[in-house]
Design a protein. Sequence first.
Length: 572
Amino acid sequence: MHAGGGYPLEFGTISVSDGISMGHEGMHFSLVSRDVIADSVETVISAERLDGSVLLAGCDKSLPGMLMAAARLELSSVFLYAGSIMPGWVKLEDGTEKDVTLIDAFEAVGACQRGLMSKGDLDRIERAICPGEGACGGMYTANTMASVAEAMGMSLPGSAAPPSADRRRDMFARKSGEAVVELLRRGITARQIMTKEAFENAIAVVMAFGGSTNAVLHLLAIAHEAEVELTLADFDRVASRVPHLGDLKPFGRYVMNDVDRIGGVPVVMKALLDAGLLHGDALTVTGRTVAENLADIDPPDPDGKILRALDNPIHHTGGITILHGSLAPEGAVVKSAGFDEDVFTGTARVFERERAALDALEDGTITDGDVVVIRYEGPKGGPGMREMLAITGAIKGAGLGKTVLLLTDGRFSGGRRACASGTWRPRRSMAGPSPSCATATRSGSTLRTRPSTSWCRTRSSRRGGPGGSRWRPSTPGACWRSTQSSCSPRRAARSSSRRRSCGRRCPRRRRPQPFSKGLGLDAAAEERRSRTVPVTQATRRLLAAVAVALRGPSAAGRGRERRNFAPERRSS
Ligand SMILES: CC(C)(O)[C@@H](O)C(=O)O
């Protein structure tokens, strides 16, 4: 920002690592953290009257949280991803060597429980999965959302794929700072970039990569903040045209680092643009269009292995399918990239909460042909719509990944490999004290799902009762607050802080006035711009005075040192 002529102030938000919060009570807070992050960014930027922002994020919920804040604030913003981890490497007892990610550890737990893996190997995998810093390495939620940000034009072209430890990240950080000052000069705000076309571009890239189902939830939330009309039907429409090209984990063989080696996200964007599947005229944070950025980069064609060519896709439709049917009248989301079978028919085994299903798996009572239904994990009933990675990982590790289907009103991890469909809202799910799923489902009923034709049904005419004998309302706190506005998984996709999602009236927010108002493109503003930098001198004087008051005279000096330090870092 210094280099661009602006003056940066730094602040942090909370963040939750999903790898740590997975599989226990902590996961109730994960999705909630997304909205807390968006709220906290809005709060600081609004309170301090900042002109724009470079929004940095690493793990799953902080990425959409930041993008939601950008959309809500409608100031100049550039999103910058912290990059993903490199895969780990492990040598198992029998001499097998393989690359591993976090997901291998969750699956190893299931394998160990079933006696398919020794405790020694489980321990080796657990120690190998995190060889350094960065978000989870496969095309899980963090990398999916980083690709979303790049495809949407909210981050610099080529910035999503380089790993966390890669020094190119320093270059992207510097350029992001310069870019936001330039956006401010030109009066370009986040909502001018986050248009319907930008969302469609993001969905197209998710479909081509076979990204995380969480992208559906998060994109709906970001669109809601941007006041862009986006529905599940949009995902259906784009998925029907865009083929699945990425042989990427969890279902494929490669990780984000491999995508980086073959040219990163621009490779898939260029392939889609050439095929007429991307809006080339959408504006981006470079101030140029998607097509102009791609022309500058001139990325190579897909390599045919990590990313297939459009005429030789892995699947002819996108990696995510929206299901409808008696089980999910409002829609359910399934990662069809992981389904080999056209139809899955099985017998419902209904569990209240993930723990009960994990216990049944450990007992060996979940078997081939079962449809594990986990209920009371929804946004309100859960609360917090927990991710089910512990159970999907354990099912896969137990060797049941292809023969057992999992349905839940909770969420799925971007890393799950078992057959699973979730984020659904069966009929009557809002009734009674437990507005979770599966009041429509009873153990023993036959469930059928067919991702290829987008439906999931129950054959049973019997509906379950309200159930939920063990359901308790959440106690006041962050989770409880989130239940006050989330009604269904579809609506939970929208920010809890925007009451409109529940049909309650929410006054239209007034657009915040940027502090350095008048940096637009008109002649007078241009003239002013040439005489001033985006942060006013008055602000700078005020900040210096505050720094002196808080930390003594040396603090103001330190501020000056930092400013002067920036160009030196560039030369080193
Ligand atoms: C822990 C993971 C793999 O990050 C997961 O939460 C996801 O959704 O990607």
